[in-house]
Design a protein around this ligand. Structure first.
Ligand SMILES: C=CC1=C(C)c2cc3[nH]c(cc4nc(cc5[nH]c(cc1n2)c(C)c5CCC(=O)O)C(CCC(=O)O)=C4C)c(C)c3C=C
Ligand SMILES: [Fe+2]
Length: 425
């Protein structure tokens, strides 16, 4: 980096020369290079940590896209939907600025602040992740349609027109307790305590600026074969996630998930839309259902995950196949068939949940925290409409919660979460 080059620290542009003057780092400071910027930045009163390449089981925060979307799915999620109580745009912007360095530290597997031994004040970090590593923690931020209508923020004209509440779908029985929200934080990790700790500390740092609307913890288990993670099974015991977008394929991701320049509001370029549905799965009914019926429900075999009549999980569905009586081998009302016939694609990244008992019925409150990413909400809407009242799976599930969030593009060093939105104002 030359002395003339400017570095950006949030909104302020500070020349390298100016910075060295402030820090008195002189020649020693030059040797720090870009990766030493974080420690230099801290002299302005705000710690600006960098991704720590030495941390174990660590996923980087900085990049073209937010983590927790294309990154491998770990075993746990803690998903929180928040409402903001800020009354000015500046306060909202400051909230995301505050969250940025904290998120970097959490993803490095560090506490959010230096540990204090002062017995007279609460510790900076709540402490329950002490001794645990980064656990592949990812933290994804999104904003809901309701944020743009908050009085005093002046954001209404920045809401992308497709960022609206989802339409009512047949069979929806949404509970407002699990619906909507101004901001979401999706924390995924291979340790449930690390995921929970991340959200807890971010919310704590936003005290007086946000309230919790709803949250949901979730899990996935991955059988291993020849040291390779296999498709996890959902609580109906079927392999779930067989046909999905290839997150390693740039072409696939650009086609299905990442908003491309000019496709919608400019601040969403490189971002994506997150749909969350809290779907109760009626385990008691399912467990009384014959295996053949269960397989007909999905159009796949339970054991192998292969399409009905075939043997390998990754065999093509073969929708044209007919049985001996001329009926489609993959039933017309099966879930996989209806999804495929919609002609739409999405990145599914769901987790099972189990949250005690539903009082009124004495049944499990368990199911799927369905999460999908798509460049336009119409992708979800089209697939869900294809299920409509026809999907055989409807007999066994009830959609109880719903939310949609616009997830910001990735964050570059020197920038902050959501900067693209605030810069566009
Ligand atoms: C609107 C999108 C979807 C919702 C909601 C949804 C709910 C849901 N799905 C399962 C279990 C399975 N889904 C499977 C396939 C599948 N599901 C969707 C979309 C939604 N699912 C798509 C796009 C697909 C892929 C279809 C294809 O092109 O082949 C499968 C089969 C295995 C697989 O491919 O993953 C299962 C099993 C549950 C239990 C559920 C709600 C609780
Ligand atoms: Fe599905």
């Amino acid at each position: 980096m030359t002395e003339e080059k400017e570095v950006k620290f949030y909104d302020k542009k500070i020349s390298r020369r100016q910075m060295l003057k402030y820090t008195g780092a002189g020649a020693a400071g030059v040797a720090l290079g870009a990766s030493g910027l974080g420690s230099l930045m801290s002299v302005f009163g705000m710690a600006m940590p960098d991704d720590d390449e030495r941390a174990t089981n660590k996923i980087n925060f900085y990049g073209a896209h937010q983590s927790g979307i294309a990154t491998d799915v770990p075993t746990h999620v803690y998903f929180a939907s928040l409402n903001v109580v800020v009354t000015s745009l500046k306060e909202l912007q400051d909230l995301f600025k505050t969250w940025t360095p904290l998120t970097v530290r959490l993803m490095n597997g560090e506490p959010i602040g230096d540990s204090s031994t002062n017995g007279y004040v609460p510790a900076k970090d709540t402490g329950e992740a002490k001794g645990l590593d980064a656990s592949n923690l990812t933290i994804t931020f999104g904003v809901g349609p309701s944020l743009f209508d908050k009085p005093g923020l002046g954001l209404a004209h920045k809401r992308p027109k497709e960022l609206t509440d989802l339409p009512h779908f047949p069979k929806d029985q949404l509970d407002p307790t699990y619906t909507g929200g101004d901001i979401c934080i999706q924390a995924c990790a291979d340790d449930p305590q690390v995921a929970f700790h991340a959200v807890r500390n971010l919310i704590r740092a936003a005290s007086g600026k946000v309230t919790m609307k709803w949250s949901q913890a979730g899990f996935n288990s991955y059988p291993m074969k020849k040291s390779k993670k296999q498709t996890p099974r959902n609580l109906f015991a079927f392999k779930d996630g067989t046909v999905n977008v290839n997150t390693k394929s740039k072409t696939d991701m650009n086609e299905v998930v990442w908003v491309q320049p000019g496709e919608t509001a400019s601040w969403m370029t490189g971002g994506t839309y997150l749909v969350a549905r809290r779907i109760q799965m009626h385990l008691e009914t399912w467990d009384r259902t014959a295996l053949g019926e269960q397989e007909a429900t999905f159009g796949r075999h339970r054991d192998t995950g292969a399409p009905i009549g075939l043997h390998q999980e990754n065999d093509d569905l073969g929708l044209e196949r007919k049985d001996a009586s001329g009926q489609p081998t993959i039933p017309a009302d099966s879930h996989a068939r209806l999804a495929r016939e919609s002609g739409e694609r999405m990145l599914r990244r769901s987790f099972s949940y189990s949250s005690g008992v539903i009082d009124a019925t004495g049944t499990y409150d368990a199911g799927l925290l369905f999460i999908s990413f798509q460049k336009h909400p119409k992708q979800f809407i089209k697939i869900q409409n294809s299920f409509g009242r026809v999907d055989k799976l409807n007999e066994y599930i009830t959609h109880r919660g719903s939310a949609m969030f616009a997830c910001f593009p990735g964050i570059q060093k020197g920038s902050y979460i959501g900067e693209a939105l605030f810069k566009s104002l």
